[in-house]
Design a binder for this molecule. Structure first.
Ligand code: F0G
Length: 414
């Protein structure tokens, strides 16, 4: 039975702003409480229970309370923090790392948030979950719904979703509906649908999504031995991820586990830059909507839902908001690839943005930086092939002499 107590689109019925989960007494807790949590979280990593080895539920003291039997988990989170040595050298930075959220079960950061939000849906008795998506949310929703034995409905902008993501949604059994509109249009339609059909909304308007996604901040801090990086850089689309990251660091500060926040910067594609324009044109007071266009289809969003939360994170952390061109994204993606770190185009926007921030002096030569890579490289194979197919040699004769002749030319540097 569905017993929803909140608005189906998770907005306040009085002011129409998005709802947020708060833990009221965090800042009053004694410092020992935070330190004890740190120990418990560490111990759980060597545990065997699903809720202990999940990189999300391991931090459950800072998550909404959910009974074990309603937790839908696939060991999400637990993603690597890798050093980017070549990019660091080229940018003259001592410490540049990538937190690779593409290493989640369905290949994007979405899994951390979907795990929490779908568990809430289960606890509330829903049998249908739904989302509008540029692709990754749909893949994640479809997989987690399958695990939960729930049905999933996904609305996609027709022809604008990378094939890897579409294939995932189909494989995991979602009801896939392609609409003649963009992501923003899909979300608008879904707004009406959830008022007429009993499906639980799993878009990032859902505040429980942000609760799961904020755990990336906890993992980064553990992996950096609780030394706060100077900068964390994320790509921005619907703007929930940057908001979640900010919330995570903020809660650690309230608990006394870190003293200061990293500067959290948000990077958008130049053709889908509503937050950049909002900050530039009115200091973050009123959203400037745009008609979004970018080949980084994950962030092809012109009317982002969480823009107010993102503005607050930029202001509280002192982060920057920048946009980068299609060329800069492609170049950054190729550079990451050349050091063995694949990611999808939207994720590469972070490196492209970092280069701009180094050039402008916002990121200084002695500062540490973490880029959040949001999606796996195999999500958008077409993008890579279009950009780099000319590097493939052949077709050529199946003949060792011919192959060696090519290799010798390569060796000689021709
Ligand atoms: N990177 C990737 C790979 C994404 O899939 C998304 C969003 C973002 C960055 C931006 O995150 O929206 O929280 O600012 N993808 C959504 C989707 C919109 O439907 O998969 P955001």
């Amino acid at each position: 039975m569905v017993q929803s107590t909140v608005d189906r689109m998770f907005r306040c019925t009085q002011c129409n702003e998005l709802l947020e989960v708060v833990y009221p007494n965090l800042a009053e807790a004694p410092r020992e409480f935070g330190l004890r949590l740190r120990e418990i979280w560490k111990e759980r990593r060597t545990g065997t229970l699903p809720e202990d080895i999940s990189g999300v539920w391991r931090f459950r003291e800072l998550l909404p309370a959910i009974q074990r039997n309603n937790m839908i988990t696939m060991c999400e989170g637990n993603t690597p923090l890798v050093k980017l040595t070549r990019a660091a050298r080229e940018l003259g930075l001592p410490e540049l790392r990538a937190k690779h959220q593409g290493m989640n079960p369905t290949g994007s950061f979405k899994d951390t948030g979907i795990s929490v939000a779908i568990s809430m849906a289960k606890a509330e008795g829903y049998s249908f979950v739904c989302c509008a998506s540029t692709g990754n949310t749909s893949a994640s929703v479809a997989a987690y719904a399958a695990r939960a034995e729930m049905k999933s409905i996904v609305l996609l902008p027709a022809g604008q979703v990378a094939s890897g993501k579409l294939a995932q949604a189909i494989e995991y059994g979602a009801h896939v509906l392609q609409l003649h509109t963009d992501f923003d249009g899909c979300l608008n339609v879904l707004h009406d649908v959830v008022h007429r059909f009993p499906a639980y909304l799993l878009n990032s308007l859902n505040p429980y999504r942000l609760e799961g996604q904020k755990t990336v901040a906890f993992e980064i801090m553990e992996q950096m031995d609780w030394n706060v990086p100077d900068h964390v850089i994320v790509p921005g689309g619907n703007l929930a991820n940057g908001s979640a990251l900010g919330k995570g660091f903020q809660e650690l500060r309230e608990l006394g586990l870190i003293r200061n926040l990293p500067k959290i910067s948000i990077i958008q594609a130049a053709g889908a830059n509503p937050l950049v324009r909002t900050m530039r044109e009115n200091g973050g007071n009123a959203l400037v909507r745009v008609n979004a266009e970018t080949r980084a289809t994950a962030i092809r969003i012109g009317n982002p839902a969480s823009w107010r939360k993102a503005v607050a994170v930029l202001n509280n952390s002192g982060g920057a908001c920048e946009d980068v061109t299609e060329k800069e994204i492609a170049q950054a993606k190729a550079e990451l690839g050349s050091e063995g770190i694949g990611c999808e185009p939207a994720s590469a926007a972070t490196l492209a943005g970092l280069k701009k921030l180094v050039r402008s002096g916002f990121v200084k030569a002695n500062e540490s930086v973490v880029l959040v890579l949001t999606g796996h490289t195999l999500k958008d194979v077409d993008y890579m092939l279009q950009a780099q197919i000319n590097r493939v040699i052949g077709p050529m004769p199946a003949d060792a002499a011919a192959v060696v002749a090519v290799l010798e030319r390569i060796h000689a540097g021709n």
